[in-house]
Write a protein that binds this ligand. Structure first.
Ligand code: HMG
Ligand code: MG
Length: 285
């Protein structure tokens, strides 16, 4: 049987969060509804963060209320703290994610906390997610490079991954937030992380600033990872990672891994339609 690679679609969240022009909730809902028919198991559609920090995500509850939920698809939301978690629960997010960093500089810039403080802040979210039976995913940003601190020590990544694992994250997504990671650095980072968490509970999350995201997917595949986050149409960036380009495009990852012999279960035509919608939402840069 053909081995499977899962693409976790993050376009409606990671893709759109960086857009300067306010995107109408109806357009976000239309994008999610189109993506729901593409064959994804998981789509990140919302982010319950401070609207002062990321204004574009302010309509997250309306998005979750307005989408046509397709059975078998999990609609995910970012939750940085208890306030975000409670809002995600009220909006019926199917799963939530806490998001930390392997570098102090990005942690402070992105969530206004040291790594240690952020882990303390995540603990009650993890506890509440467990109590509510809501699956919890974890993100670690800047796994190879940080826009503020430079190269990241793989041992720091492994340490944060272990902390998120201990809090009960079913999967940890490893973010090359600024998309400048070299395959050798990604490989060294994975070698350290795999001491703490098995490959089938890790995901690769590569932004594509330097055009090396697919090479980094290959390195991760060779290390046994089979889940990759991507954004339809290559949307995105992070407002607190200056210069970071979008996530690697879902269509590009799909074509790349299918050429390598993996099945994704995704519908190319539906994806092409969603990519067109995503591009229309994108402001000129
Ligand atoms: P803070 O200023 O330290 O926290 O922000 P605070 O508790 O003092 O709150 C500040 C204000 O935000 C208050 O409002 C709170 O009520 C409000 P005010 O009293 O000033 O009117 N607030 C909230 N509002 C709505 N929902 C909430 C919430 N929490 C507080 N949940 C905080 C700390 C974490 C809130 C802030 O730093 C924040 O929202 N940061 C989010 C930044 C972000 O979303 N970045 C992008 C996502 S991460 C990413 O893209 C990387 C990833 O893709 C992986 C990768 O690529 O590496 C995941
Ligand atoms: Mg990202």
């Amino acid at each position: 049987m053909t081995e499977r690679v899962e693409i976790f679609e993050v376009g409606p969240r990671d893709g759109l969060q960086n857009e300067k022009r306010p995107i109408p909730v109806a357009d976000k809902i239309a994008l999610v509804d189109c993506l729901s028919g593409a064959g994804f198991r998981r789509i990140e559609v919302a982010s319950f963060v401070s609207p002062k920090w990321v204004p574009q995500m302010a309509g997250s509850a309306e998005v979750l209320a307005g989408i046509a939920r397709r059975p078998g698809v999990s609609y995910a939301a970012l939750t940085p703290n208890m306030r975000g978690f409670e809002a995600a629960l009220a909006a019926r997010a199917d799963e939530v994610a806490i998001f930390g960093s392997a570098s102090e500089g990005f942690s402070r810039a992105n969530i206004n906390a040291s790594i240690a403080d952020s882990l303390e802040r995540f603990a009650p979210v993890a506890e509440s997610a467990r109590a509510a039976g809501v699956p919890l995913r974890g993100y670690v940003s800047c796994v190879v490079e940080c826009p503020y601190d430079g190269a990241t020590d793989p041992r720091e990544v492994a340490r944060v991954v272990a902390a998120l694992r201990d809090m009960g994250c079913y999967e940890v997504s490893l973010g090359d937030t600024i998309g400048r990671g070299r395959p050798e650095a990604v490989d060294a980072m994975l070698a350290a992380v795999l001491d703490e968490m098995p490959a089938d509970r890790l995901a690769g999350h590569f932004h594509d600033t330097a055009g090396r995201a697919l090479a980094n997917v290959d390195v991760a595949l060779a290390r046994g990872l089979r889940v990759f986050d991507a954004a339809v149409g290559g949307l995105g960036g992070c407002p607190y990672a200056p210069g970071a380009a979008g996530n690697v495009a879902t269509e590009a990852v799909m074509a790349h891994v299918e050429r390598a012999g993996y099945a994704t279960g995704l519908d190319r035509d539906v994806l092409a339609r969603a990519a067109g919608m995503a591009r229309d939402m994108r402001s000129e840069r």
